[in-house]
Design a protein around this ligand. Structure first.
Ligand code: GAL
Length: 350
């Protein structure tokens, strides 16, 4: 618990909660000296590239609005996330914003937060059966459709593919697969499917190393995110198949965008993190100051209809890298095209 307190304190201080008081001074039962709303932002982990961007945008917007933002990091552990949430409830934050490690394991924590008068936002990943006060995310079924479209367009009749999914505890994985399965061509045959626990992408490389027949026989790899895609390309490269098999991903990680323009990954998905995190911070601030989230849409969390805000992800290939990832300022052009010659402003044809 000591390291947990230290982590929150350091993060609280880093977010400049207030010149006079650190986040740690916001102790149990005490309103902040500044009277500012306090938002608890609890992440799964920062191992995957995108989440630091989510954090930085959210904290910056929260501060701009006048809130204090306490950031917690569960390091991919569901039990650790429960401890952080409980600690933030004890510190009487006004709103909790949670990227669930396990969306089916936080019902009791949300109920306790509600009993303490704290609103809860499911950020990017739904918290099931918990009646959270808002679920804000990207259209994950669209992500799956984009992956299927890429494979459909690339493979001749009767070819094969395998799935290398992310965490089975992440409900987004279920939604991505729902979109994928509804769109993949029926003549294509799935020859294998594996999940990476806690989004541990090393498991993808280990699995393919132990199953070289998959590298040999799969014409396409539906990868749950770019980190997994990177490990699949690494395994393909060892068998001189990189660039010969179709590989999908999501998150528009920098190394994945490089692979897309270099031809070893066929697509990724750009998710406007600035829009998601910025809107989530504004919703959290409004809810912390007694207002409702500005949406009329709802979605079932398995038991309850919860308020719902869904943003659109964008499929990225070599054809639209410049007009999306680069023009939106998500990555620098010289970073994406680090290893290949590129005429500025023109997309590659891969
Ligand atoms: C998922 C999210 C993806 C990706 C993944 C981890 O929940 O939908 O965008 O971030 O976590 O890479």
């Amino acid at each position: 618990m000591g390291c947990l307190l230290l982590a929150i304190l350091l993060t609280g201080m880093l977010t400049g909660c207030s010149g006079r008081r650190t986040a740690e001074d916001h102790s149990v039962g005490e309103e902040t000296v500044s009277g500012r709303p306090v938002i608890g932002l609890v992440f799964d982990s920062f191992v995957i590239e995108r989440w630091e961007r989510d954090r930085d945008v959210f904290v910056s917007m929260g501060k701009e609005l006048g809130a204090e933002v306490l950031v917690g990091n569960a390091n991919g552990e569901a039990e650790e996330q429960k401890k952080i949430i409980s600690h933030m409830i004890d510190r009487k934050v006004d709103v909790l914003v949670v990227v669930a490690v396990d969306g089916s394991a936080l019902t009791d924590e949300v109920e306790r937060a509600h009993r303490a008068g704290i609103k809860v936002i499911s950020y990017d990943r739904i918290i099931n059966n918990a009646n959270t006060d808002l679920y804000i995310t990207f259209d994950n079924e669209a992500v799956g459709r984009y992956m299927a479209e890429t494979i459909n367009e690339a493979l001749p009749d009767g070819d094969t593919y395998m799935k290398v999914n992310g965490s089975p505890e992440d409900y987004n994985v279920t939604l991505v697969n729902r979109g994928f399965d509804a769109s993949i061509r029926s003549d294509l045959q799935m020859i294998d499917s594996v999940s990476c626990s806690n989004w541990n992408d090393e498991e993808a490389f280990a699995y393919l190393t132990e199953h070289p027949e998959d590298i040999q026989n799969a014409d396409a790899f539906m990868c749950g995110n770019d980190a997994i895609a990177g490990q699949v390309v690494r395994a393909l490269a060892e068998r001189r198949k990189a660039g010969k098999s179709v590989v999908t991903g999501q998150d528009a990680d920098l190394d994945a965008c490089q692979r897309v323009v270099e031809g070893t990954q066929n697509m990724t998905v750009y998710k406007p993190i600035e829009d998601l995190a910025g809107k989530a911070a504004r919703c959290a601030y409004e809810m912390a100051t007694g207002n409702r989230p500005d949406t009329e849409e709802t979605i079932s969390d398995g038991t309850y209809e919860v308020p719902y805000i869904v943003l659109q992800p964008i499929k990225v290939t070599g054809k639209n890298m410049d007009s999306t990832v680069i023009d939106k300022g998500f990555h620098m052009e010289e970073d994406v095209y680090l290893h290949v010659r590129h005429d500025e402003g023109t997309d590659t044809d891969s």
